[in-house]
Design a protein around this ligand. Structure first.
Ligand SMILES: [Zn+2]
Length: 321
């Protein structure tokens, strides 16, 4: 195995930030989004797309920035890891990773984040939160065993993350009951508290999250059809709801069992009194009719509405950025 890197110097960090800005320039990405998110609290979109490859949207991933440091990663879909590099976030700053469910477009790059972390100075544990399983999907513990387990894990050379030691920091697993219909506090870190509740995403065990930090409440829907009233209760008065918008209003029953229609998104955001709604997880079928969907949503939801783009920084609340 490669020798472990020494902690990064200040000069090296500055050099890396400059290189990041230059890379963003060359890639045509907006410079304002290519580095740290400003302000006390902000959500940065790492991936605003769904499972279909797209030239401007990676699959799901979000960073919660608090006072200039990325403290929480929500989901690790395809392409989010590269966007994490664009964001100039440091994996050593993360207090936790929270996965909403184990569809590939939300979880496939977790090993890439773990491998990357090995080359940092991080020693403190990095908790990982995720749903329990069913017959069709593994729960978080089995998912991690199959990924990095010592006996037969696909990336068993990273098995030290499950136990700690041998140059690895530990990744304590917080497998959370996806059938539970009452919100629970899962984690309390020095920077935020994380709550979760099971949500309906067709046959897939899935969680919706709420983060409380510095008096602000920030919610992540994950993929869900919006039918669990406990999610709406949990996020009541949220300053920001990051909501998947994957289907049009006329979607068929199968799709609408997996995802919330625009009308359902509007109902959820309005009834929960959400201050700012960020629509993400866009797919061709939802993006094609986006203006009609936005018209429909704003008929009912009067708060601030934003459509996600990769690397966008989104402060909570209804005021200006
Ligand atoms: Zn999904």
């Amino acid at each position: 195995m490669t020798p472990k890197a020494r902690p990064e110097s200040v000069t090296r960090r500055l050099y890396r930030a400059a290189a990041c800005l230059l890379a963003a320039c060359l890639a045509g990405l907006p410079l304002t989004s290519a580095a740290f998110c400003p302000g006390p609290v902000s959500v940065q979109v790492l991936g605003s797309g769904g499972p279909i490859a797209n030239n401007s949207r990676a699959s799901s991933g979000y960073l919660l920035w608090i006072d200039g440091s990325a403290r929480l990663l929500v989901d690790a879909g395809g392409g989010s890891f590269a966007r994490f590099g664009n964001s100039n976030a440091a994996i050593t700053d993360l207090d936790a990773i929270a996965l909403t469910h184990f569809h590939a477009d939300h979880s496939v790059e977790l090993p890439a984040y773990l491998k990357s972390a090995w080359f940092t100075s991080r020693e403190r544990p990095l908790p990982i939160v995720g749903p329990s399983g069913n017959k069709a999907f593994p729960g978080l513990s089995l998912f991690m065993q199959r990924l990095v387990g010592k006996d037969g894990g696909a990336f068993q050379y990273l098995s030290g993350y499950l136990t700690g030691g041998e140059g690895f920091f530990k990744t304590p697993l917080y497998e959370t009951d996806a059938d539970g219909r009452e919100p629970r506090e899962i984690l309390k870190t020095p920077h935020f508290s994380l709550y979760a509740v099971g949500v309906t995403h067709g046959p897939v065990p899935a969680l919706g999250y709420l983060v409380e930090t510095d008096g602000l409440r920030i919610a992540f829907s994950g993929d869900q059809n919006g039918d669990n009233p406990a999610f709406g209760k949990m996020i009541a008065g949220a300053d920001l709801l990051v909501m998947d918008h994957a289907i049009p209003e006329n979607a068929d029953r199968v799709a609408a069992n997996l995802h919330a229609r625009p009308g359902e998104i509007a109902r959820l955001a309005e009834s929960a009194g959400v201050q700012r709604l960020l629509l993400s997880h866009l797919m061709p079928r939802s993006e094609r009719v986006l203006s009609e969907s936005l018209t429909l949503i704003t008929k009912r939801y009067q708060g601030r509405l934003t459509v996600a783009e990769d690397l966008m920084c989104v402060p909570p609340g209804s005021g200006g950025d």
